[in-house]
Structure formats: C-alpha cells, structure tokens
Ligand binder design. Structure first.
Ligand code: AGP
Length: 613
C-alpha cells in the first residue's frame, strides 16, 4: 500500500521527508515523489522505482543534491499502484490546475470517474489516477480555506483515503484526512509530522495522535486541530508510544503475519469495493475484457496456480460450477506446464498469483495462451509480469503482503473468484434473486470475519495445548476441503510441524490407519449441506481416540459432544465459508509457530515469490 510523509516546522523538510519514505519502504511501492513549499512556490520531483531514483533525479535536475530543495514544509509519497500504471505522471504528489495545491493519497476513490466527468473540460488531467481527480475537485471547491475545501470535496467522495494536502496560499498549514487508510500525526516542539504510520516520525517524536476514520487534522503553527466531517472540533490529546521503528512498521503487532491476518476484514472490502451490483445480483469485473457474447462461448474454465493460490482456486472451482454451471478444473502450474492440456478457444484460463511473478504459473499461462485459450490474471501486484502478459484480469487489492505465509491475499483471491463465478453465472443460468442473496452475504462478510478474529485468544490457548504434537490431519468437505489444505499448509510452513489435509470422505480409504492419541485432527464441521457426512467422519475419528479440534457453526451444541475443543464461527452462505473458516486455522498456525519460536514472517527455506522452477 502507499506511504505518506508530511512535515511542517523549523527544519529543512526534504531530509525529513526522504528519510521518512525510507522508513515506509517495507510497505512495498513502485514509484515515489516529494513536494516542498518554499517562498510561495512548490518544488516537486517524482520518479518511478526506488527512493534512490528520486534522489538521483533531484540531483540530476540540480534541484536536490546536498542542499536539497529548500523549505520547511512538505509532503512525500511512495505509490503502490492501484489505478493507472507505474509511471512518473501517475506518481504522487498530484497538483491542481494552478499548481498551488499539492496532495498525496493512499486508498481508492471509487467514484473518481463520475467526479472527473462532473469537473468537465475546465480541468486538465495529466495522469490516470483517482488521486489527481481529487486534487482538481478540491481546487474547484477552494475559497481560501484548505481544510474547508478538503471537507467539501470528501463529502462528494465514495471510497477510502488517507489524504495530506498543502496550498501555496496557506504556507503554514497542512491538512490531513483519514477514511479507511491509516494516518498518524506526530507532535514535536513547534513542529509536526503526518505519516501512514509512526515509523517515519519515531526519530523525532513519540507523541502521536492517531486519526480515526472520518477525521480531518489541520496542522499549523498554532498546533493540531482535529475535526469530524461535520466540521465539529474534536478533543484528541496526543499519546506517547514506546515502539521501536521495526514494531511501528507492524503497527504494534509482533509480526507482519498477525497484522495481515487482522487486516483481512478491511482488505476484503478493497477486493469487493465497486465490483458488486446489488440491484442486478451480479458482479462487474471490468478487467475480464470479454463481451457477454464471448462469455457465452466459454464452455470450460481452468484455474492455474501454486500453493495457497491453488487452494483459493479450488474454492473458485466450487463457485464456478455451482453458480455458472461451467466445468472447472484446478491445475497446479508446475504440472500443467508439462502436461498435454486439452485447450481451445472456448476455454477460459485464469492465472492466480499474489506476486504475479511465480515462474511456474507464468510458464503455464504462456502455454495456455499458445494453445488458444482466453487467458486472464487474478493477481495482487500491479504491473507484475502475469498482470502484464495476460489479456486482462483483476487486481485483488490486498496491498503488499509482507509475511511469506500468505493470508490476506488468499482471502481476496477467493473474493475475486466468487465475483467472477457470479458474473458468469448471471449471464448463464443464475437467477437474480440467488445472485442478490450472494451479493448481500458478500457485503456482510467483512463484519463476520472481524467477529471471527475475536477467537484469537481462545485459539492461542488451544495452540499451547496442542503444540507438543508432531503430526496433524486437517479435514474438510466441499468448499472446506481447500480450507483444510490451506490450514495444513499454514501450519507446515510457519511451525514446521508435519500435517496433511484430506477431504473428510477420504479418511477411511487409508489415512485413518495413522490415527492415534498422538495424531490430532482439525475437522471443519460447519453447518452446510455436507454437515451430516462430516459429522460421521468426526465420529469415526473420535472412536479412534485421536485428539480433535472442531470448527463448528455457532449454536451447534452437538459439536461439544464430540470434542471439548470446539471453535465456534459465525454462519454464512456455504460458498463464503472459506472466508470465515480459514481464519481460525491461520491463527492456530500463527500462535503455534510463535510458541515454538519460529521465524514467523520469514520461515526457513521459503521465499515470498518463487521466481524459479
Ligand atoms: C503461501 O503461504 C506460500 N507462501 C506459497 O504457497 C504461495 O502461495 C505460492 O508460492 C504462490 O505464490 P503466488 O501467489 O505469489 O503465485
């Protein structure tokens, strides 16, 4: 996700801004920029690539170098592209027509196209970004008070923002606003900082004010005033934090993996935002780049991926077949690329990948393209190789996933796959009422995920109780079989404990021979059409004295008859269960790994992106 740094005070702003951006590099980015106000004029530099490129560009253009840009007030930004490619024009800060307004932004302005149309021809746009539209909107509402103009503009915006703005006519003021993307104000001695998190300011101050959603800060020589969107002043005293800079990057959590697990309810909304159409009970994923006529010609879907992404693909298989009635297969990329796939121009192939750089997935997609399939990407990293080489697709908007063990990207992949299945379903056989029910359930899923995260303490206790075991089975049926696979992989890769996942019905075909009091089973037994079958499997397991942890639906008291260790999760539509049932398994793997002293964010032998065969 993007990084924001702002400063106003007595010191030269440039070094503070550049060092602050360096502290935010962990967030991942593809371009950077800075703007400093000096004697009523903004000096701005932007560049693609790393911050070092930005510094080099400033030196080349003789506006930087040792002395750097002069001025004691400025803003800076590292961009994680969401709308528009990785180019200098799309890098922040963005300005208005006059060049007197500069803004940096983190988030997604959902209605930026409508706003751009409303602004009309009076404004000249130079980039493809939603942020630049916001700059011109503020300009159109500016009457000499920057905070009031920002408030008026944000009242017209749908989406999320962490926004920082400056205006040359008000050279002692910075305005910051937050809705959905974090912003923190640092309070120094007659100098102030604002940033995406505390890491850029800890070298200067430990007194901070965390903005909450819907709040606006006006930062000036008179101090920091916080307002709500109704322009009412709020009393928000600063608080002292004693984090070191590394902890700050994790926003106070012990590991990126935990931060990313806890971010899932927020991040899933970024995947769904602007893509569900409640009235028609469908989804609209523009990146598909197919007419409805071409969609009707698709007779088969192939989902290609590796690891966790392949388990998300398995959930997608169930969704495509149930909603769209399209035969769907999941292919492990490393196998597909050397197999003899039967592909024609009625085949739609999706490559699913967080990094967008996985060598096996990329090679498999090239093979599918060579054989005439429609090839699309479902990826997280904007501008990644898979995103560029496929003829369209959808970004999952999970933000940078820094822990090697994938969590939030898995959830967002499932969200996008469900939307594609819905979109194809509604141009085939799916009734609008059914589609509307699914859309409604998807719009509620974030709250249920948040509720499920509250199980963390209970799961930590279970992880301690079970941390001595050396082997596990994970079992699930239907859409919960891929959940079992993912839970098993998380435990393996984070804690180094051996585990295997099976469809519940497979136990009696061999694996049950392994069951013993030393071989625990994690069984997903939530209330759905396969509940009775799964319950029978659990009873078979209980009969062999294997320790048993059950994931059950709230209110299912019978589960307690089968085990004392039951994790109750909220009910949801069956196809959405993976978005809920995976969370306890992620937390179980995380807490077990912590208890065993593993390198949770960087497990041994693993890379975040496997760019080699
Ligand atoms: C997941 O926790 C693992 N890190 C791994 O299985 C990963 O999902 C796989 O390598 C695929 O990566 P990708 O999504 O970037 O293609």
């Amino acid at each position: 996700m993007c990084g924001i740094v702002g400063y106003i005070g007595k010191k030269q702003a440039l070094p503070i801004l550049l060092n602050g951006l360096k502290r935010l590099e962990y967030r991942g980015y593809d371009s950077a920029g800075v703007a400093v106000l000096n004697e009523g004029l903004f000096q701005t530099t932007r560049s693609v690539g790393k911050i070092d490129n930005l510094v080099a560009k400033m030196q080349d253009e003789k506006i930087g170098g040792a002395s750097g840009i002069n001025g004691t007030m400025g803003i800076a930004h590292t961009r994680w592209a969401t709308h528009g490619g990785v180019t200098e024009e799309n890098a922040h800060p963005h300005k208005d027509c006059t060049g007197n307004l500069m803004i940096v932004h983190n988030g997604i302005i959902e209605n930026y196209r409508e706003l751009k149309e409303d602004l009309g021809k009076k404004h000249e746009f130079k980039s493809q970004t939603d942020t630049e539209v916001l700059a011109h909107l503020i300009e159109s509402l500016y009457k000499g008070d920057l905070r009031l103009a920002v408030e008026a503009a944000l009242a017209k915006v749908r989406g999320t923002y962490g926004l920082v703005a400056m205006h040359a006519s008000e050279p002692t003021k910075i305005v910051a606003a937050r809705l959905g993307s974090p912003l923190v104000v640092g309070v120094g001695d007659k100098e102030y900082y604002v940033a995406s998190d505390t890491s850029p300011m800890l070298a200067h101050t430990q007194q901070v004010i965390f903005l909450d959603d819907g709040e606006i800060a006006e930062i000036s020589e008179h101090g920091v005033q916080i307002y709500n969107l109704a322009d009412e002043r709020l009393n928000k005293p600063s608080e002292k934090i004693d984090w070191d800079e590394t902890t700050a990057e994790r926003q106070g959590h012990d590991h990126f993996m935990l931060k990313e697990i806890l971010d899932q309810p927020t991040v899933i909304k970024d995947a769904l935002r602007g893509r569900l159409v409640e009235s028609d009970g469908t989804a609209r994923l523009g990146g598909l780049n197919m007419t409805e006529e071409e969609m009707h010609k698709i007779k088969r879907v192939i989902l290609i991926a590796c690891g966790t992404a392949s388990y998300a693909a398995l959930v997608g298989k169930y969704a495509f077949e149930r909603l769209a009635g399209l035969p769907t297969t999941v292919e492990i990329a490393s196998e597909f690329r050397y197999s003899d796939p039967v592909i024609d121009n009625h085949t739609l192939v999706f490559g699913i990948s967080q990094s967008g750089e996985t060598a096996d997935t990329l090679a498999a997609l090239r093979e599918a393209k060579r054989k005439g399939a429609f090839v699309r990407g479902i990826v997280n990293v904007v501008g990644s190789t898979i995103a560029r080489e496929t003829d369209g697709g959808t970004y999952i908007h999970a933000g940078p996933e820094l822990a090697v063990a994938s969590t939030k990207a898995f959830m967002n992949m499932i969200g996008v796959l469900l939307m594609y299945a819905l979109q194809f379903g509604r141009v085939n056989r799916l009734a609008v009422a059914t589609g509307q029910r699914l859309v409604k359930a998807m719009l509620q899923i974030s709250g249920k995920m948040k509720q499920t995260l509250e199980l963390s303490d209970q799961i930590k206790i279970l992880a301690k109780k079970y941390s001595g075991y050396k082997n596990y089975f994970f079992l699930g049926r239907g859409v919960n079989y891929p959940v079992a696979l993912e839970g098993s992989l998380k435990l393996k890769e984070c804690s180094y404990i051996h585990s295997e996942a099976y469809p519940g019905g497979e136990m009696k075909h061999g694996p049950i021979a392994l069951l013993s009091p030393d071989f625990p089973v994690m069984a997903i037994m939530t209330k759905n059409q396969l509940y009775d079958k799964m319950r029978s499997n659990v009873e078979e397991i209980k009969a062999r004295q294997a320790p048993l942890i059950i994931i059950a639906t709230e209110g299912d008291d019978k589960a307690k008859e089968l085990s004392e260790d039951v994790i109750y999760v909220p009910a949801t539509m069956e196809l959405l269960e993976p978005l809920i049932n995976t969370i306890p398994l992620q937390l179980f793997a995380y807490h077990t790994a912590v208890m065993l002293g593993r390198d949770v964010d960087r497990p041994r032998n693993l890379a975040k992106s496997v760019t080699v065969e």
